[in-house]
Design a protein around this ligand. Sequence first.
Ligand code: 2AL
Length: 247
Amino acid sequence: MHVRVVNPNTSVGMTRSIGIAARAAASPSTRVTAVNPTMGPASIESHYEEALAVPGLLEQIALGERDGVDAYVVACFGDPGLDAARELARGPVIGIAEAAFHAASFVARRFGVVTTLGRTTGRARELVDRYGFGPACVEVRACEIAVLELDDPASEARRVVADECRAVFAAGADAVVLGCAGMADLCHDLSGELGAPVVDGVGAATAFAESLVRLRLRTSTRGEYAAPPRKDFAGLLAPFSLAGARV
Ligand code: 2AL
């Protein structure tokens, strides 16, 4: 089985650590490949960057289809382009936010989220509601550390994220969801330190993707996730025309 984890930003170092987290969650027999687009933003922490990350993400899904990938993880907490990716891929596509919320709900009645910048909390709340976890999510907090500073030792990311997790527990949560793929490597240490479940969406999504393949569950092609209609695309997006079959 081949699970491909797509980091929708173009930071190669972050893709490497996402791949390590995904592999740690997968069975030894599962092949896990981590990739990032060749075009798009270096990190995603605004709606603008999220929108412009989607073409590169979809290009990677199309390449995965060519490679015979069985399932995909979209490894950015805004779950960018998730529905579109499902229209392209044969196998299941799981977003890390939706996977983390589901995992948290299996092990705790109430959870909270710790994300990067304050400006990303609105998207996190929107996704909580979209996936139906509004009643379970008691708090969404930001650590105010930019995505690409998370692995900078000078940023004190680990301490700051731990403090925000404590604040989430103080607000009544029984589990914390980490709101960025760049926090994946903090997950197990934080869980041990805080003595309660800390959920990383990269690991959760990888494990769910693997389980769905094992259960032989694929994205339905009956209705909304059917292949998009073939049509021409103009300008810079011309290669994305499915009529041209070059995506
Ligand atoms: C993210 C993430 O997971 N990857 C990225 O570039 N931005 N999330 C976030 N909350 O900033």
